[in-house]
Ligand binder design. Structure first.
Ligand code: UDP
Length: 243
């Protein structure tokens, strides 16, 4: 399937709806095609805009999806509306469901040890057929080769990396060449959500695209990071004017 990409502040966002994108990833798993996926919110795009090193990590991605309603709004402002959000947490849950049905092999990297333990317990309970080939907490020595060697030797189909931004994209980009196969996806705080340590916004808030507001209310310390959203929209207006 030929994919269209849509450029927002220099970042090519894949023009795909959620279900088609999941199908695409399943195809990649069946074909054993190594694939690096970034789920980009305004904060990620703004970071890439300001930080060339981080932009370099994103350049190694095969697909960058529109996570965050801000990115979808930006596409509408630029008259090239994206079909909707393609969220990292949603995709991880759906791919785990597929893994449960098809016995895909999965590796998890990230979060603190107690969160990871709770997370693994919940995954095992909800998706008992998933073959968890390994896991490691997210606080390790960057030069320790054990993690990448385990991933290479156990050949997972899916590798979820929950180290937060920018570490997760950096880790994947720096190690990608070493691996033969696998879908590599950064999933931020998703392990904390599935562990039950951080609450996800109720469905109604999600439907109203207010997940970001819920998160801000629950974790007010994030307000500084969220300033990226108005800054991002301002830059998008400039991109529009410059066309
Ligand atoms: N984390 C980690 N290693 C680190 C820093 C963070 O594993 O060196 C984990 C942290 O425990 C949490 C996740 O990464 O589970 C970051 O979550 P956050 O909600 O901040 O993600 P972001 O919004 O940056 O995607």
């Amino acid at each position: 399937m030929k994919q269209r990409f849509f450029n927002i502040l220099g970042i090519p966002i894949v023009h795909s709806d959620y279900h088609s994108f999941i199908e695409l990833l399943e195809e990649k798993i069946r074909e054993n095609k190594k694939t690096f996926v970034v789920t980009a919110n305004p904060e990620i795009i703004m970071r890439a805009y300001k930080d060339k090193e981080y932009e370099g990590y994103l350049k190694k991605a095969d697909y960058i999806t529109a996570d965050g309603i801000g990115v979808v709004i930006a596409s509408k402002m630029l008259n090239e509306p994206l079909p909707g959000r393609v969220s990292g947490t949603d995709m991880m849950l759906e791919l785990l469901e597929h893994a449960n049905q098809n016995r895909f092999r999965v590796y998890f990297l990230g979060a603190t040890e107690p969160v990871l333990d709770l997370f693994l317990k919940n995954v095992h309970e909800q998706y008992p057929q998933v073959e968890i080939v390994g896991s490691h907490n997210g606080f390790f020595d960057w030069n320790d080769n054990n993690i990448k060697e385990t991933i290479k030797s156990t050949e997972p189909d899916l590798i979820f990396v929950a180290l937060g931004v920018p570490k997760q994209e950096q880790w994947i980009a720096e190690h990608l060449d070493y691996f033969q196969k696998g879908i590599f996806m950064g999933v931020g705080g998703s392990f904390d959500v599935i562990a039950g340590v951080v609450k996800r916004a109720p469905k109604t808030w999600q439907k109203l695209n207010l997940e970001w507001l819920y998160r801000l209310i629950k974790q007010p310390s994030r307000w500084k990071r969220m300033l990226a959203i108005p800054h991002f929209l301002f830059k998008v207006v400039i991109q529009k004017l410059g066309r």
